[in-house]
Ligand binder design. Structure first.
Ligand code: FES
Ligand SMILES: [Fe+2]
Length: 455
């Protein structure tokens, strides 16, 4: 028996949130998606030349370079880019390559160069604005070779709050146009107040698109992540496509349950309340095993925020508890919770279509509450981490992992699965993806990719 489902209408899950309304349905038809684009080496060149070097990319956080001379390195495909604070109120981005003989200028993820970049090959130096300021033994060069004082190649940079975005195309449109209304959608979350708390990286045996696509639908949750079913909706979800290839899904959490009257609150739910300092005793009137759990969770989180001086007042009840999952074209997703964000990025391998680099950064709001346990999906569950005293002043290093076991169990499940999909894509028996309407964001960003490539 099929349930009634109108795919043009889909589900709306948050009628109270600003910008929570379902966006108009876009009909992408039903043509199968050609699996070749996920393993054909020619695609790597096409995507690199037409897309990666032409689009806005989320490079990192302005808060990671607090002082003049601080930098972070952003590696993407065949490029490496340095983002440096040039003045207290100014950031610049440069290709991370010396003009002399192409040495890589900085090799650390984060650091400080003081007043200038010094190349470790022959000692040329560049000031923070990228100007060449020193050529060692300059007299040994013929003047016409260096008379133009070759400096660093600048990359366009703009900020979305604390997010640093770069674009390698000098003739690109503005970041504001690229983002559209997304900053407005998320204004109530005050994304500026989040700081990186954990930063993990891992190479996957899969195309970056194969990998990312497992994160822009939640249709897979029932089979891949059965542990979350008790607390998380997987069917009645809101999927929206947004302009420029962006998209979102809203995943309700802490649902009204279908337990018998008189059931006790589950262990897992009790633990969840405990993250924000709540206990079942706080809600003697509520049926915590069933319909009132979400209400209790919302009230607990609102109370926690108020106690810690964090403004949740612009958030709907849904936004306080649910996962507002946004994807930014081409390679970023944000799982946005009121107090935690999990930011994920997928990067192409420079040459191999069947490898990609995965980066997951948990961001949290620094709070004075020493008992607060960060809801860290990157290492899922409060049991994985003790109470955190996260004041946001220490930037965690980027941890490079060899093993998927290093990730929390939810991510493990995806990490193990994705390479199996990549293998299947090359099977002579596979005729192309058949995405359902819950996977509409896949067709949507691929359509944008095709549009960009065709330009
Ligand atoms: S490559 Fe940088 S100084 Fe020679
Ligand atoms: Fe997943």
């Amino acid at each position: 028996m099929h349930k009634h489902f109108d795919y043009r209408e889909g589900f709306t899950v948050d009628t109270e949130a600003k910008y929570g309304e379902k966006f108009p349905y876009v009909d992408y038809g039903t043509a199968p998606i050609d699996p070749k684009r996920y393993y054909d080496p020619a695609q790597v060149d096409i995507e690199w030349e037409k897309m990666w070097t032409k689009t806005w990319l989320l490079a990192g956080f302005a808060s990671d370079v607090p002082n003049v001379g601080d930098y972070f390195k952003f590696d993407i495909g065949r490029a490496s880019i340095i983002v440096v604070r040039t003045r207290p109120d100014e950031l610049k981005a440069f290709h991370n390559v010396c003009a002399h003989r192409a040495n890589t200028l900085v090799t650390s993820d984060f650091g400080t160069v003081g007043k200038c970049f010094h190349c470790s090959f022959h000692g040329w130096e560049y000031d923070l604005d990228g100007n060449l300021i020193k050529i060692r033994d300059e007299e040994i060069f013929r003047p016409e070779l260096i008379s133009h004082r070759p400096g660093l190649t600048e990359v366009k940079l703009d900020l979305w709050g604390n997010f640093v975005c770069v674009n390698m195309d000098d003739n690109c449109g503005s970041l504001a146009d690229f983002l559209g209304d997304i900053p407005k959608h998320l204004a109530g979350f005050h994304l500026d107040r989040f700081r990186p708390y954990r930063d993990d990286e891992l190479w996957w045996d899969a195309n970056w698109k194969t990998a990312m696509e497992a994160f822009i639908e939640f249709y897979h949750a029932d089979d891949v992540h059965p542990e979350v079913l008790g607390s998380t909706e997987t069917y009645r979800m809101q999927y929206d496509v947004l302009p420029n290839g962006h998209g979102r899904m809203i995943i309700p959490i802490g649902l009204p349950r279908e337990y018998e009257d008189g059931d006790k609150i589950s262990e897992a739910d009790q633990q969840m309340l405990g993250i924000w300092g709540g206990t079942p005793d706080d809600y003697p009137e509520y049926d915590l095993s069933g319909r009132d759990f979400k209400k209790a969770l919302t009230e607990t989180k609102r109370g926690w925020a108020a106690k810690n001086g964090i403004d949740f007042t612009q958030l709907s009840d849904g936004q306080v508890t649910d996962d507002w999952n946004y994807s930014l074209f081409p390679n970023v997703t944000f799982n946005i919770f009121a107090d935690v964000i999990m930011l994920q990025r997928w990067f192409p391998h420079p040459t191999d279509p069947e490898k990609s680099r995965y980066n997951a950064i948990t961001c949290a709001i620094p709070v004075p509450d020493k008992n607060y346990k960060i809801w860290d999906i990157n290492n899922f569950g409060p049991e994985a981490k003790g109470p955190m005293n996260f004041d946001g002043t220490v930037r965690p290093p980027r941890d490079r992992h060899e093993n998927w076991e290093d990730f929390g169990y939810v991510l493990n499940q995806d990490i193990v699965l994705v390479p199996e999909v990549q293998k299947g894509l090359k099977s002579p028996g596979f005729k192309g993806f058949l995405p359902g309407e819950a996977e509409i964001r896949i067709r949507h960003y691929l359509a944008e990719l095709d549009r960009v490539i065709a330009k």
